[in-house]
Design a protein around this ligand. Structure first.
Ligand code: ATP
Ligand code: MG
Length: 486
């Protein structure tokens, strides 16, 4: 099997202070089912672009077969029977090949693109986050499908998904690339253990730091004493035996000075060691959400409603009551109308031809904050986006910085952000808004595991009213006090 050889690869985007790849040398066998993992913004999507030669870099990359990236803008020209066969293998309806792409649900589109990826001969698939629009069954079907294939690179933040269909793992960490011949969880567990040890050593070092601090103070005393001796030894003296005393005092001063210098060096080394231990540690800052409380205790009541899109019924006979303080998880298969409902409630349905009939009560003046499913609605500079939403720029920037943005990134066009960073922007906008009701449609799409945990904590520990759709079971089980099945 061909091997991709990467030698001394160095790359950073123009105008960005971050070097994403710093002198990387690594070999990748193209027969591996290779997981590519790492936190948002570490350079996974960029790595695909580098393999494809789409960006200028220093170093060499050789042995890359012809590649196709998922998601693609256009479907490759494949024989029909081949695509149908792949769709069958995925448990999808093969007739979707006849439908225009924009009428397919997110899950169906994903399956059709993957089927096309594997229906072409001699193509090395580079798969960038296929899980986002898939429901649970969809994820299982696709991961099983991929596990029967050979030779691809797969980016995903879904650990269970990666585990089911990959045998090698390449992780972009804070300090470089790590490659293991094992599924992602194995790397994760090892890494957690390593971080645990680092944390323990860090605590130990902190204790040592306080004794160092005490030592420093003593050191300062020594130094001043030594200075004193030195000054005294410089003082003029008229008697001969003074010569002897002066020599003695100078020697004592020299010794004290050198002891002080050594101690200083040792302390500096300890500090450096402490810093290098912390270098690898992944961190997330604490975020805040401050909801408001509408005076109506039951701000939303829907009874037997029918939701339509351009006149076509999507849902009928649907009931939903939202009480103040509820955190409700909306569940249901791909295409059952979850996003349609959320868009309708958010008041943004009209542009997409969404209408509702039935018994509908939405409390007047209800302040709603909406996070949409994908990031395609974002365009332009971050500050313009904040302006449009009426968000306080200082609060907005503070939240983004807590999410790991650098100052330089705040001035960028949203197109120069990673997928996860775009979703951060949407969540940050919502966190700026003090709302009676938060409507979050798949808030964790594109978001890495560390940040998922922080967002989970954020929603769980704060008193807000929220209706959300999220396929990440860990999140919905931890956060929701009620599940509504559509
Ligand atoms: N055109 C660009 N100009 C400048 N910086 C960019 C550009 N595109 C991406 N970046 C930055 O490069 C870094 C890596 O981006 P990339 O899209 O490769 O990340 P990723 O690992 O795929 O993240 P995610 O998991 O969020 O998709 C990010 O910090 C991003 O902001
Ligand atoms: Mg990416």
């Amino acid at each position: 099997m061909p091997v991709i050889n990467i030698n001394n690869l160095t790359f950073g985007y123009d105008g960005s202070e971050r070097t994403l790849f710093d002198n990387v040398t690594i070999s990748l066998d193209t027969s591996w089912k290779l997981a590519l993992a790492g936190r948002n913004g570490r350079g996974k999507t960029t790595f695909f672009k580098l393999l494809r030669g789409e960006l200028p870099f220093s170093g060499t990359i050789t042995g890359v077969p012809e590649t196709v990236i998922f998601p693609m803008n256009e479907l490759p020209d494949n024989e029909e029977w081949r695509v149908r066969k792949e769709l069958n293998l995925m448990g999808a309806d093969p007739d979707i090949i006849w439908r225009p792409l924009d009428t397919l649900s997110g899950g169906e589109r994903t399956k059709l693109m993957l089927a096309n990826l594997f229906a072409s001969d001699g193509i090395y698939p580079l798969i960038d986050e296929p899980t986002n629009h898939l429901d649970r069954q969809g994820r299982e079907a696709v991961s099983e499908y991929l596990s029967s294939k050979e030779g691809f690179i797969l980016i995903s933040h879904d650990r269970a998904f990666l585990d089911r269909c990959t045998d090698h793992t390449l992780v972009i960490t804070k300090t470089g690339l790590e490659l293991v011949a094992a599924p992602y969880s194995v790397w994760w567990e090892n890494n957690e253990q390593r971080m645990e040890n680092e944390r323990a050593r860090n605590d130990q070092l902190k204790k040592e730091m306080s004794s160092i601090d005490a030592a420093m103070k003593k050191n300062a005393q020594w130094s001043s004493k030594a200075e004193g001796y030195k000054n005294r030894s410089k003082a003029p003296s008229k008697v001969a035996e003074d010569h002897f005393r002066r020599a003695y005092e100078a020697e004592k001063a020299r010794k004290l000075m050198s002891a002080a210098k050594n101690l200083e060096k040792r302390n500096a080394l300890k500090l450096e060691e402490k810093q290098s231990l912390l270098k690898d540690m992944e961190r997330t800052e604490t975020l805040k959400i401050t909801g408001t409380e509408h005076h109506n205790k039951t701000p939303v009541i829907l009874k037997g409603i029918t939701l339509k899109r351009y006149g076509e019924t999507i849902v009928s006979g649907f009931d939903l009551t939202i009480e103040r303080g509820n955190k409700i998880s909306i569940q249901g298969k791909n295409g059952c109308g979850k996003s349609t409902l959320i868009k309708y409630l958010a008041g943004s349905g009209e542009t997409e031809g969404i209408t509702a009939e039935g018994n509908i009560y939405i409390a007047p003046g209800l302040k709603i904050s909406y996070v949409g499913q994908d990031t395609s609605s974002l365009s332009g500079s971050l500050y313009d986006i904040a302006d449009e939403r009426g968000a306080d720029k200082t609060v907005f920037s503070t939240i983004l910085i807590k999410m790991g943005f650098t100052k330089e990134m705040l001035y960028r066009d949203v197109n120069a952000l990673s997928l996860g960073q775009k979703k951060f922007v949407m969540i940050a906008l919502s966190l700026c808004e003090h709302a009676d009701l938060y409507l979050w449609d798949e808030p964790l799409n594109y978001i890495d595991v560390y940040m998922r945990q922080e967002i989970e904590r954020l929603v769980k520990c704060n008193n807000v009213t929220m209706l959300f759709v999220e396929h990440d079971r860990t999140f919905s089980e931890a956060v929701a006090d009620r599940e509504v099945i559509m």
